[in-house]
Design a protein around this ligand. Structure first.
Ligand code: UD1
Length: 417
């Protein structure tokens, strides 16, 4: 168990650099299983979720070698071994091996990933996609069994634009016979990055970033080199950290277009934002204005930024609302923010936040990665000392967060509980 200790009240000032995108590298590592070959992947963040994916690949027989932020992945000797509950439960994104293993080997057996802290997150759309491509899929005894004598391209319509289902379907369709057209696909930037990686492997994917993705199946794929895009949620988190402390911070290694939904909201709070190349500078007012936020699939406001935005609203002038439409159970940070003095009530999927002039430090507990980030941000702005327990959640998605914030002038440290 780890905890983060913050003595709040310092304005953040300076420059901070964003690492590679967790949600891009996870499907890319899954996609490496599609062929037997060696890929080199650059700008890979050092995160616990990435380590879990590497463990999973190694379990399947891949050789993964890390040098700092570079990974060499050799998938020559991979076999479609059954993946049990232990590996699947550690991270939902483990399900991103389904499409690649089915595509390459024609069979896969994985444990059902089960629920998680923010909602039930079923896999029905992934499985329907595999069936549409010609696989036989059974669910029994907590496992998914999928097999095929050869996938065949198809026209597929997703009920909701699920990120993971879009990725699994694209990956499997890369090696299916003929053309697949995926309608109502998720448009997240990480899917564009996956398309670039797959095409570098010899695949023929087009349309990522739009709601219609076309995949022409090819006979074989090969290893390649690829640099992962920067993490837009990490960038957004740092921008809100600056905003909540009334700071002046330049966030480097950002693709501004991909964080625009967050930039737009921050402008509404009264922050000045300037984009210069791959950097975004934020100059925040002493106190933000209240704003209304509704989470939506990209290019809407990201659910992964919702808790952080709620922390900011806790200190805003006026009443804000936050409506969560993606996950049914993503308000676990509310009681913790209340412990810091926030005035938040919840009605169904909407939180109503009456901005306070100050928050005051307390002991709080992270319930998941982004909830943990929200509590750290609130702690940066709160009076006195805030202790965030279960800080290990933060390592799933933020590389050296406290070190980065120390460099901006925050009084923050981590200790083992
Ligand atoms: C990805 C991100 C996660 C982010 C989420 C939404 C990765 C590794 N994770 O998760 O950080 O919070 O997108 O932006 O990229 N759903 C179904 N059936 C399915 C699949 C999903 O009903 O088969 C529902 C889910 O319960 C949820 C919604 O669709 O309510 C969105 O989920 P999805 O886009 O699939 O999220 P993930 O890919 O799991």
């Amino acid at each position: 168990m780890e905890r983060i200790i913050i003595k709040g009240g310092n304005r953040l000032k300076g420059t901070i650099k964003v690492s590679g995108a967790k949600n891009a590298v996870l499907p890319i590592l899954g996609a490496s299983l599609l062929c037997g070959g060696e890929s080199t992947i650059y700008n890979v963040p050092r995160l616990r979720d990435v380590e879990v994916m590497i463990e999973l690949l190694t379990y399947l027989g891949a050789c993964v070698h890390r040098e700092d932020h570079q990974l060499r992945v050799d998938t020559t000797y991979v076999e479609p071994r059954e993946i049990g509950e232990k590996l699947m439960r550690r991270m939902r994104a483990s399900n991103l091996v389904l499409g690649p293993l089915l595509g390459r080997f024609g069979r896969v057996v994985i444990s059902q990933p089960g629920g998680c802290n923010i909602g039930s997150r079923p896999m029905d759309l992934h499985l329907r996609g595999m069936r549409a491509l010609g696989a036989t899929v059974d669910e029994k005894a907590g496992f998914v069994w999928a097999r095929t004598s050869g996938l065949v391209g198809a026209d597929i319509h997703l009920d909701v634009p699920s990120v993971g289902a879009t990725e699994n379907i694209i990956m499997a369709a890369c090696v299916a016979r003929g053309r697949t057209t995926l309608h109502n696909a998720a448009r997240e930037p990480e899917i564009i990055d996956l398309q670039h990686y797959l095409n570098a492997m010899g695949a023929r994917v087009s349309g990522a970033g739009t709601g219609v993705i076309r995949i022409e199946g090819v006979d074989s794929l090969h290893g390649c080199r690829h640099e992962v895009i920067p993490d837009r949620i990490e960038a957004g988190t740092h921008l809100v950290a600056a905003a909540i402390t009334g700071g002046d911070v330049t966030v480097e290694n950002v693709i501004a277009e991909f964080v625009e939904p967050v930039l737009a909201k921050l402008r509404e709070t009264g922050a000045e934002l300037a984009v210069e190349g791959n950097a975004v500078r934020i100059r925040a007012p002493v106190r933000p204005k209240a704003v209304d936020v509704k989470t939506l699939p990209y290019p809407g406001f990201p659910t992964d930024m919702q808790p952080q935005m709620m922390a900011l609203s806790s200190l805003a002038e006026g009443t804000s609302t936050v409506t969560e439409t993606i996950f049914e159970n993503r308000f676990k940070h509310v009681p913790e923010l209340r412990r810091l003095g926030a005035d938040i009530s919840v009605e169904g999927r909407t939180a109503i936040i009456k901005g306070r002039e100050t928050l005051s430090g307390a002991s709080v507990e992270a319930s998941d990665l982004r909830a943990g980030a929200a509590l750290v941000l609130a702690g940066l702005a709160a009076e006195n000392t805030t202790v965030v327990e279960k800080a290990e959640y933060l390592e799933r998605g933020y590389e050296r967060l406290e070190e980065k914030y120390q460099l901006l002038g925050a009084r923050i440290s981590r200790e083992r509980a």
